[in-house]
Design a protein. Structure first.
Length: 445
C-alpha cells in the first residue's frame, strides 16, 4: 500500500491531507467541549444544528464550486481555500455565543465545500492506474481513521496542560501546513472536454451536470442509498458521544476522546484489509456488508451501559463505516470521464451530505427531546432503509459492457466509426452521447 508514496506529488498531497485532518480533529473535540460549556445538556442540540449548517454549506456550494473548478488552476484554488479555512479557525477560540459558532462553522465549511471535492478529483489524475488508486483510497480512509485515533489522543494530552480553546490553534497550524504542502506540488490540469463533445455549457448546466450524471447511474443511486446508512450511524457517533459519555455515564472529557478513538480504530481496521479484499470481492458485496454492520451497531446502541460497551459498538460501526465508504471513489471514477470527475465527485460530496443534513438534526434534536435510546432506534431504522434501498437500486450483477445503439447519430459520427454503426458494445459512462442509462431495448434515450 505504501509503495504509492514514491510518487512525490501524491506523497505531498497525502501529507497535506493527514496534517489538515489532525487539525480538523482537534477542532471537532474542542467544538464539542465548547458546546458543552455554553449549552450544557443541550450540547447535542447545538452540535446537531452546527453540523446541519455544515451540511447545508456542502450541499449548496460544492456543485457551484465544481462548475468553476476547471477555470481556476487547481493548486492556486486549493492553497487559497486552505488559507481561508485557517483564518476562520483562528477566530474559533474567541467564541462566546452559540450564534457565533454557527456563523464560523458556515464560513469554514463553505471553504471546505470547494476544497474537498477538488482535492478528491485530483487524485485519479495523479494516480491513473486503478490498483494504485485503490491503494490511495485505502490510504485516504486510513488517514481519516488515524485522525480519529491521533486527534483525540493528542487532545487528551493537550487538555491536561491547556484549556480546550487552545486546540483550535492546532487546526490553524494544520490548514497552513496543508497549504504549504499543496503549494510544493505540480498538479495536473483539469481534463479538457473530449473530442466528441463540443458542447458549450452555461453555469447552471455545469453546476448540475455532476448531479444529473450521478442520479442517472444505477450504481451511484445505490451509493446514495448507502450514504444514508452511513450518515445515520455516523451522526449518532459524532453528535451524541459527548452527551452519552458525560451525561449518561458521568465521565470526564478525556473519556469522550477515547470513545471517538474506538470509532476510528474500527474504521482503520477496515481500511487495512480493503486493498486485498477488493482484489477478490467486488465493491457491491463489500459495501453492502459494511452497511449491514452499521445497522446492527446502531440498533444495539440502547444496550451500551458502560464506556467499554459503547467503545465496542463504536468499533463495530467504525469498521462498517470504512467498508461502506472507502470503495466509493472506485465507483465514482468508473462512472465518469476524466473531464467530468470534478463534477461527479462534487455530486457525491453534495448528495452524501444531504443525507447528513437529514440525520444530524435527528441525532441532536430528537436525542434532546425523546432520549438517546429512542434516537438509536430511529437512526438504526434510517440506516436499514438505506441498506434496503441499495439492495433494490444497485443491480447485483453489472456487465462490464452493454449493448446499445444510437439511432439519432450520423453513420459518420466518430463514436459510431469507432464502435460500429449497428448495435455496439462498450462500458457505459454517461456523457453528451449517452445521456441516460440504456433501456432493456438497448437504446440510448
Amino acid at each position: 500500500m505504501l509503495k504509492i508514496l514514491a510518487n512525490r506529488t501524491y506523497r505531498h498531497l497525502f501529507g497535506a491531507q493527514i496534517i489538515a485532518l489532525i487539525g480538523t480533529g482537534l477542532a471537532t473535540v474542542a467544538l464539542g467541549l465548547m458546546a458543552w460549556q455554553i449549552a450544557g445538556e443541550n450540547a447535542g442540540m447545538v452540535l446537531g444544528t452546527a453540523f446541519a449548517i455544515k451540511m447545508l454549506a456542502y450541499v449548496i456550494l460544492a456543485p457551484i464550486a465544481s462548475a468553476f473548478a476547471d477555470r481556476v488552476p487547481r493548486r492556486a484554488m486549493l492553497v487559497t481555500l486552505d488559507l481561508i479555512r485557517a483564518g476562520v479557525a483562528l477566530a474559533l477560540p474567541f467564541v462566546t455565543e452559540i450564534w457565533q459558532i454557527y456563523i464560523l462553522i458556515f464560513l469554514l465549511q463553505a471553504a471546505s465545500a470547494g476544497f474537498t471535492p477538488t482535492f478528491q478529483a485530483t487524485i485519479p489524475d495523479v494516480l491513473p492506474n486503478e490498483e494504485e488508486y485503490t491503494r490511495a483510497l485505502s490510504l485516504s480512509r486510513l488517514a481519516y481513521d488515524l485522525e480519529s485515533l491521533i486527534s483525540p489522543m493528542l487532545a487528551v494530552a493537550l487538555l491536561s496542560v491547556v484549556s480546550f480553546p487552545v486546540l483550535f490553534y492546532g487546526t490553524v497550524i494544520g490548514f497552513v501546513a496543508s497549504a504549504i504542502l499543496v503549494a510544493s506540488t505540480s498538479l495536473p490540469s483539469a481534463a479538457l472536454p473530449s473530442a466528441e463533445s463540443s458542447v458549450k455549457r452555461n453555469v447552471w448546466e455545469r453546476t448540475t451536470r455532476g448531479i444529473r450524471i450521478y442520479l442517472a447511474t444505477p450504481r451511484l443511486r445505490g451509493l446514495l442509498a448507502l450514504n444514508l446508512a452511513v450518515a445515520a450511524a455516523g451522526a449518532m457517533v459524532i453528535v451524541n458521544t459527548v452527551v452519552i459519555v458525560q451525561t449518561r455515564f458521568g465521565l470526564e472529557q478525556s473519556a469522550v476522546a477515547w470513545a471517538l478513538a474506538a470509532f476510528g480504530g474500527g474504521s482503520m481496521a477496515g481500511s487495512l484489509i480493503l486493498p486485498r479484499l477488493l482484489q477478490k470481492i467486488p465493491d457491491r458485496p463489500v459495501m453492502i456488508t459494511g452497511a449491514g454492520l452499521l445497522v446492527v451497531g446502531t440498533a444495539l446502541g440502547p444496550l451500551a451501559g458502560s464506556l467499554i460497551a459503547l467503545a465496542s459498538l463504536w468499533l463495530l460501526i467504525g469498521f462498517g463505516y470504512s467498508l461502506t465508504m472507502t470503495p466509493s471513489g472506485r465507483l465514482l471514477r468508473r462512472s465518469a470521464h476524466a473531464q467530468d470527475r470534478p463534477a461527479i465527485f462534487a455530486a457525491q460530496f453534495a448528495l452524501s451530505h444531504v443525507c447528513w443534513l437529514i440525520t444530524y438534526p435527528i441525532a441532536g434534536f430528537f436525542g434532546a427531546r425523546f432520549g438517546l435510546d429512542a434516537t438509536f432506534m430511529v437512526l438504526a431504522a434510517i440506516a436499514a432503509l438505506g441498506l434496503v434501498g441499495a439492495l433494490r437500486i444497485w443491480p447485483a450483477s453489472e456487465p462490464e459492457t452493454m449493448e446499445h445503439e444510437h439511432p439519432d447519430l450520423s453513420p459518420q459520427h466518430p463514436h459510431l466509426r469507432e464502435y460500429g454503426i449497428a448495435d455496439h458494445r462498450h462500458a457505459i459512462v454517461l456523457d453528451d452521447l449517452h445521456r441516460n442509462w440504456p433501456r432493456p431495448s438497448g437504446h440510448i434515450a
